[in-house]
Design a protein around this ligand. Structure first.
Ligand code: CA2
Length: 150
């Protein structure tokens, strides 16, 4: 069965523990369950990952690109956390790996501090889901399938 990778960046392991006004009260474990349910509805397997390390996120993007070319993976749903606003390296990884990527943010980053308004990922993402809470992960997975399933 083909796979969707859901990739989470720095501090998303803290979800549900603090800042409920911004991110809700769901934990990352809850998000994984939501994504597993959505993946099976859509007819895909799921790989769900979180890392606080930029280099590890880059390695996953590179591997995802190889798996996409091999027909094993459809693409990546990526919440890069704060690296969204800082990382040219993640931008370059998505371009270099040629991996279909949907950018997702739990909060509406455009309604928050100015430093969250710019994303290095948006210009190279196939689509963006912002501000729908953790349900956005499911919406992003649907969008990935809508756009890239053969
Ligand atoms: O809204 C989103 O999904 C973000 O990607 C979340 C990031 C933030 O830096 C982005 O601007 C928008 C933050 C990740 C979660 O950080 C937490 C920190 C404390 C408690 C709970 C989560």
């Amino acid at each position: 069965m083909k796979k969707i990778i859901v990739l989470n960046g720095p501090n998303l392991n803290l979800l549900g523990q603090r800042e409920p006004a911004q991110y809700g009260s769901h934990t990352l474990q809850d998000v994984q369950v939501l994504c597993e349910t959505k993946a099976s509805e859509l007819g895909y397997a799921l790989e769900f990952l979180q890392s606080n390390h930029e280099g590890e996120l880059i390695e996953v993007i590179h591997r995802a690109g190889r798996e996409c070319k091999a027909g094993e993976t459809l693409g990546v749903v990526f919440n890069a956390g704060a690296y969204t606003h800082t990382s040219v390296a993640l931008h370059d990884a998505i371009v270099g790996a040629e991996v279909p990527t949907i950018e997702i943010h739990i909060s509406n980053v455009h309604a928050r501090e100015a430093f969250r308004h710019h994303s290095y990922l948006s210009p190279v993402a196939a689509g963006i889901v912002v501000g729908f809470g953790v349900k956005g992960y499911g919406l992003a997975m649907e969008g990935l399938v809508e756009k890239f399933a053969g």
